[in-house]
Each structure stands twice: as C-alpha cells, then as structure tokens.
Design a binder for this molecule. Sequence first.
Ligand SMILES: Nc1ncnc2c1ncn2[C@@H]1O[C@H](COP(=O)(O)OP(=O)(O)OP(=O)(O)O)[C@@H](O)[C@H]1O
Ligand SMILES: [Mg+2]
Length: 403
Amino acid sequence: MYLSHISFEQFRCYVRQELDLPPAGIRLAGENASGKTSLIEGVQLLSMMKSARAGAERDLINWNSNQEFGLPPYARVKGTVEDAPHLNTIEITLSVDPNRSTHARKQIKLDDQPKRAIDAVGRLKTVLFEPEDMDLVLGSPSVRRRYLDVAISTLDSTYLRLLSQYNKILEQRNSLLKSLRDQSPVNRRTRVGELDYWDQELINRAAYIVAARLQFIARAEHPLDDAFRSLLGEEYALRMEYEQSTRLNDGATEGPADAADTIELQRTVSNRLESEIEQRRDEELSRGVTAVGPHRDDLKLLLDERELESFGSRGQQRLAVVSVKLAEIAIIRQVTGETAVLLLDDVLSELDAVRRERLLARISGLGGQVVVTATDASLLDLDQLQDLPLFNVQSGHLIPAGQ
Ligand SMILES: Nc1ncnc2c1ncn2[C@@H]1O[C@H](COP(=O)(O)OP(=O)(O)OP(=O)(O)O)[C@@H](O)[C@H]1O
Ligand SMILES: [Mg+2]
C-alpha cells in the first residue's frame, strides 16, 4: 500500500499543490517554515482524519483562503492510495461556517462517497516520527495513552468506537460522582445505586481497551527489542510495560499475544476492575472522580529494566522512540499484511552518523514508502535514499531538485 498522489488546496501554507509519489517515497528539503511539516501533516490527516498537531481544525485552513472572493474559507486534501489491484481516493474538506468563523466543518469522502471519520481512519496506514515524539519518553502519561490509542485505532476500528464510548461514559460517571459527593448523606445513600449501571457500562469498554493495549504491547515486545539492539548495539534491551491504575495484584498473567486468549484477557481485566471499583467506592465518592481505568493507566519504557525517562541518555531515548515506531510498523504488517507509510519529519539531524545509517538501512529493508524531511539537503544525500526523488520546499511550493 502506498500513497501515489496527494493534492492540497488552501491547506496550511499550500495554496495549491499537486504531488506524485513513487512507491519508495520522496525526500523533502527546505528551510525552517517552508512547509515540510505541513506536507507530512496532510499525509497523516488522510490516515487518521485528524491532525496530530493542530489544536483546532480551523488552523489547517490557509489564512488567506478565499479572502479575495468574499467566500467562506476552506481547505482540501486529497490522496490516491494504491494497493494493487485496488486504487482508492481519500478526500478531506474543511470549511468555515460563516456564522461561526472560529469553527471548521469536516467532510470526508472515500472514493467520492461521504463517510464518517471512524469508517475512514486507517485506510491509509502511516507511522509518523517527529522530534516532538520524544514526549513519549519525557511527557506525561496522557501522551503515552494517546500514542497507544492512535496506534491501536489504526488497526482496530472497534477500539476507536469503544474508546469514544468509554470517554463519554467516564464523563457521565464523573458528573454523577460529583453530584453524589455534594449531596447530603441520606440522599447519597438512596442514590448511590445509580452508580452500578455506570460501573458496568464503564467496565465493559474498559476491559476491551485495556486488553487491546496489553495485546499491542505484547506484540511489540520482539520487534521493539530487535529494532533497538540493531540501532544502538546488541548489549541493550528495551521493553514496554503497561502500568495499570488498579492497585490489586492478583498475580494474573497478562498480555498473551494470540487472539484466542483475548476473551480470557478481557475477563481478567474486567474482574480486576470490578473488584477495584467496589473497593474504592468511598474514595471515588469523596473525590468525585473515577479513580481507576484505562484513562489512568500508563506505558513505561524500560532500558535494561530501568526507567528510560530517568536513566537513558538523550540518544538512547531518541532511538527508543524510533524503535517504538519501527515496532509499530512491524505490528501493522503482522496484523494487516500491509507496510505502513513511514513519515520521518526532521529526525535524521538528531542522530549520530552511525545510527542514521543503521536506521536508514533498516527502513530500506522494510520495503515500504517513506517521506523524509530535513532542513539541509546534505542530510538526505545518503546512499539508502538515492532512489527517492528530492524536492526543495519553498514557501508552500514543491520544486523538484535540479530544476
Ligand atoms: N493555516 C495556515 N495558513 C497559512 N500558513 C500557515 C498556516 N499554518 C501554518 N502556516 C505557516 O506555514 C509555514 C510552514 O510551516 P511548517 O511547519 O510546514 O514548516 P517546516 O518546513 O516544517 O519548518 P521547520 O523546519 O521550522 O519545522 C510557516 O510559516 C507557518 O507559519
Ligand atoms: Mg517542521
């Protein structure tokens, strides 16, 4: 599977741009603020239906869009995905509601048919690696949960659907807990039974979410370790561990990688959550929030069994993040048989020459499509990248190198 064409209209700094991409990918060189990340963002948008960096979707629309015509501003990104013998198009249009100019309406089409985001996510599979991904090691648990959520959603639309239900149920349950907290003891006692319903709703989704995360981490174990050793050196071991917010330790084993055990795993998670929620009823009632569940869990990265965040060097942390992304590609391939498009935004300059070579050797070994950017073309002038057409990016224009 690869992206064979992408077109932009009024997207960020690209007023109008067409681009053909060969199956192996392209190289983009351009100064700061030329439009490299915007292009990567456009590709990633076609994959996830959402930008990983934009706070508001309105921001994706070119600032000057339609100003001269007095029409509402809009942006459009359209991609052609080839997966022989299939050829599909994905189109996303954002338009500003003239009555609410801070807001953008999103319309998604697959092969010219309108679709909901949830039905279009992951048609084009991408794995993005950018400098900000260091937050996976250094940032807060919410960054790591989000990483897991995005990675798993690409593979499993049920996960995405249940996660969105979970978040809504969580909100309802929290507001019920808050309202119970603020009631008189007598009222609280009569109404506390209302929680049972929300407990079950919550646990049903939580069990699926946690089991899927455990399964993802189990699947990542081997490819992660393999990638890390091959990039850094044989003597290092890297591992991910899922840290649950449940305090109960019933010694249950977790994370079987094969699907047959999934139901069993969900049952274990569900039982554990149920007892924990029961035990922590008073605490939840006095705090007015849901204390356990996947919204409180974390993902730990361990380098030789020590926390990477505290003990890893900057380079080790960076290579660990690269390894996580390479493992993600391996999992996508294992589950779907497809090789995701790898988006490498501005990351080569941060690795030493040896690691850069090793990373690129590994990437070419994958045989997938790569979109790689750098501020300096010399960083892209490497043997493994020679076959990828080079474009110079200049204020929202792509100019083929040599022209
Ligand atoms: N909605 C928008 N409309 C027009 N221009 C925008 C919009 N959003 C961002 N820009 C501008 O687009 C330009 C390109 O940004 P982009 O992040 O793609 O640059 P970059 O090439 O990745 O730069 P860097 O090397 O600094 O990361 C910037 O000048 C930015 O301010
Ligand atoms: Mg950039």
